[in-house]
Ligand binder design. Structure first.
Ligand code: NAP
Length: 287
């Protein structure tokens, strides 16, 4: 299908952050607009730290329909939106802004995107599951918050820096922390194991690193578990390769990437997101 021409009627959405030129979001969202034949376009706008409030004012001035927000602006946008979702209030981080009349409404779609991807790809609901989340950064925090809201029975947080794990675990009433010397046992006791650290990112098959590329002690993996990795570059991380070799159910990071974008797309356009087209756009860019 030929790309729609951009006209005076075209509605605009954008990702803001720094760096942002490498972002996959324009490809994902423009593929979605094209699949639904919507007269919308999505671009990347570099905005440095400290520029969040000005970017929101510009969104209102220019009548942009939606913003995705990436590093380093998620915290300042969370503080500057007119209305914050429960997730934004809990996390102090916003990755999606929606224009609702005169008001700019902030959402955080990362956690729900993860839960949707996990459910879709594993065929299992998180309801009633015990989950080990390894990592306590921005993505882990969003995942812990969403797991807590969607019925996980228990969450154990494992992180290199213990006090960060404690702050992340405070986001969900069912979450506790495991110290390094209890990590193997705690992970082995869970139904679902999630790598939410950046370990494994950029890994090249056959490259150097070895155990340094594995965020999770392999002794913690056991049959019956679902193993998810939110790192999406490469598509198959060392952790996912190890889990697959053990015949465990695996969930890669692309699903979260696509679903968090799909939730934003639906907020902006009011239309069900064309997930297959959005996923195909990512597949063209990542191997
Ligand atoms: P972040 O806030 O910087 O947090 C990084 C986390 O990784 C922290 O828990 C950190 O531990 C841990 N970590 C980093 N290096 C480590 C190492 N060598 N050993 C053990 N732990 C280590 O980053 P983020 O925003 O949460 O993102 C984390 C990863 O998720 C990135 O790779 C990002 O690309 C990916 N991500 C994917 C999606 C998706 O849609 N699939 C969405 C968001 C993020 P400390 O606390 O001890 O420093």
């Amino acid at each position: 299908m030929a790309r729609r021409p951009i006209t005076g009627q075209t509605r605009l959405a954008a990702v803001i952050g720094d760096p942002v030129r490498h972002s996959l979001s324009p490809a994902i969202h423009n593929a979605g607009f094209e699949a639904l034949d919507l007269d919308w376009a999505y671009v990347a706008l570099p905005v440095s730290a400290g520029g969040g409030a000005d970017a929101l004012a510009a969104m209102a001035t220019f009548g942009l329909e939606g913003l995705s927000v990436t590093m380093p602006l998620k915290d300042e946008i969370a503080a500057a939106v007119d209305v914050a979702s429960d997730a934004v209030t809990a996390l102090g981080a916003c990755n999606c802004v929606v224009r609702d009349g005169d008001r700019l409404v902030g959402h955080n779609t990362d956690g729900d995107g993860f839960v949707q991807a996990l459910t879709e790809e594993s065929g299992e609901s998180v309801d009633g599951k015990s989950v080990a989340v390894v990592g306590a950064g921005g993505a882990a925090r969003a995942i812990i918050d969403a797991l807590g809201r969607t019925g996980a029975a228990s969450i154990v947080v494992v992180n290199r820096t213990l006090d960060r794990a404690e702050r992340a675990a405070a986001l969900a009433s069912v979450a506790t922390v495991a110290a390094a010397d209890q990590a193997v046992e705690a992970i082995a006791a869970c139904d679902v194991v999630v790598n939410a650290t950046s370990v494994g990112m950029g890994w090249v098959p056959g490259g150097s690193g070895g155990a340094a590329d594995l965020p999770i002690p392999l002794e913690g993996l056991r049959s019956g578990q679902i193993v998810a990795d939110i790192v999406y570059q490469p598509l198959e991380t060392p952790l996912l390769a190890e889990a697959r070799a053990r015949k465990l159910v695996t969930v890669g990071g692309v699903g979260m990437l696509v679903h968090q974008a799909a939730i934003a797309f639906e907020h902006w356009t009011g239309q069900p997101a064309p997930l297959d087209a959005m996923r195909a756009a990512v597949a063209d860019l990542i191997s």
